[in-house]
Write a protein that binds this ligand. Structure first.
Ligand SMILES: NC(=O)c1ccc[n+]([C@@H]2O[C@H](COP(=O)([O-])OP(=O)(O)OC[C@H]3O[C@@H](n4cnc5c(N)ncnc54)[C@H](O)[C@@H]3O)[C@@H](O)[C@H]2O)c1
Length: 324
């Protein structure tokens, strides 16, 4: 396996994955419509093993142009997050379902493509009943258009196998955090630390709700592991990506922030919302693929604190860091 097509390569996770693949001597065909610009790829743009294609997964000609001589696809391109999908539901449907399906169907019809790795989400679980940890066998109860479309596409790729030498894998990512060349501050860990590091009051609602978290470098690393794993382990399979010890309630993240910034101003408020609430057991990916995280939420908070404190981003409040 040599040439990997990464859709959404200029995004938060894609730009990190692109660097990891280049470092492992893969040729990366980086494909992106550049909704947030392409700055995240500037320093690797002229790399001898990077082939950038500006394109849209909603357009068949763009996909056919990008798929030539590709061995595997990591499909990250999407309208990402509940608010972004709710705000532009037509685009979300056209991208996260129709465009994704078009891409997958073309991949299956392209003999060189042997593997398809899809970035799904733990948001598929919705709200847990009781307090048990959820895993790949748990029922999916999406509570947003974003998660509904992820569930639908996951099901499609796992049930639409046409070729015996074509392997599809769905990865249910935990909520991501950490530093990337395409920074995002609409993610809990990053946003919480930005607010406090800039001396602002952090207002938290739903402090008791659980979510699993995973650093962007570890999520990207999981994609590489899946690409390199034995076929029989990943074929038509679903894996949660994260670590069972990295489930946090929002208040627990706030408590970690206070360890770094003892005078942090934090206020808890009641809001009439129905946030996702789930704890996830990630032992499957560790037991079967040997995946291990190298980051924890407290380490990620330190990382974000450091870049804000040192002024690495000239305007951390820029709207370009939000998907909404
Ligand atoms: N960030 C998270 O917490 C998280 C959690 C679970 C799953 N995921 C999934 O991981 C993937 C990557 O997320 P991210 O955080 O890097 O998001 P991101 O918004 O930073 O990146 C998505 C990229 O896809 C591109 N894109 C959007 N529509 C496109 C289209 N029609 N054609 C080509 N490119 C298009 C955008 O320009 C952007 O660069 C997504 O599929 C997302 O659903 C993310």
């Amino acid at each position: 396996m040599k040439r990997i097509l990464v859709t959404g390569a200029a995004g938060y996770i894609g730009s990190v994955l692109t660097r990891q693949l280049l470092a492992k001597n893969y040729t990366v065909r980086a494909f992106d419509v550049l909704n947030f610009g392409g700055e995240a790829l500037i320093d690797v743009y002229s790399h001898k093993n990077l082939e950038f294609i500006k394109g849209d997964i909603r357009k068949e000609a763009d996909i056919r142009n990008a798929i030539k001589d590709v061995d595997a696809v990591v499909h990250l391109a999407a309208i990402v997050g509940d608010p972004a999908c709710a705000a532009q539901s037509d685009v979300a449907l056209a991208t996260n379902w129709e465009g994704s399906k078009l891409l997958f169907d073309i991949c299956q019809d392209t003999p060189s493509v042997k593997r398809f790795v899809f970035a799904s989400t733990c948001s598929n679980y919705g709200k847990m009943e009781g307090h048990d940890f959820l895993n790949e066998e748990s029922p999916l109860r999406p509570v947003s258009l974003y998660a509904e479309l992820k569930v639908k596409f996951e099901k499609y790729i796992l049930e639409s196998k046409k070729r015996s030498d074509f392997i599809a894998t769905a990865l249910r990512f935990a909520t991501v955090y950490g530093l990337s060349s395409r920074m995002r501050f609409d993610l809990t860990v990053n946003e919480f630390m930005r607010e406090v590091a800039l001396g602002r009051e952090l207002v938290i609602f739903g402090e008791q709700f659980w979510r699993p978290y995973c650093h962007v470098a570890d999520l990207a690393g999981a994609c590489v592991i899946v690409l390199e794993s034995e076929e029989s382990k990943v074929a038509n399979n679903v894996f949660g990506v994260g670590d069972t010890n990295e489930n946090y309630q929002k208040k627990m993240i706030a408590d970690e922030i206070i360890k770094i910034i003892p005078n942090a101003k934090i206020k808890y408020v009641q809001r009439n919302v129905d946030p996702r609430d789930y704890r996830v057991d990630f032992s499957k990916i560790t037991n079967i693929l040997g995946f291990k995280i190298s980051w924890t939420v407290p380490m990620g908070l330190e990382e974000i604190y450091s870049i804000i404190k040192n002024g690495i981003l000239s305007n951390p409040d820029s709207i370009k860091y939000n998907n909404i």
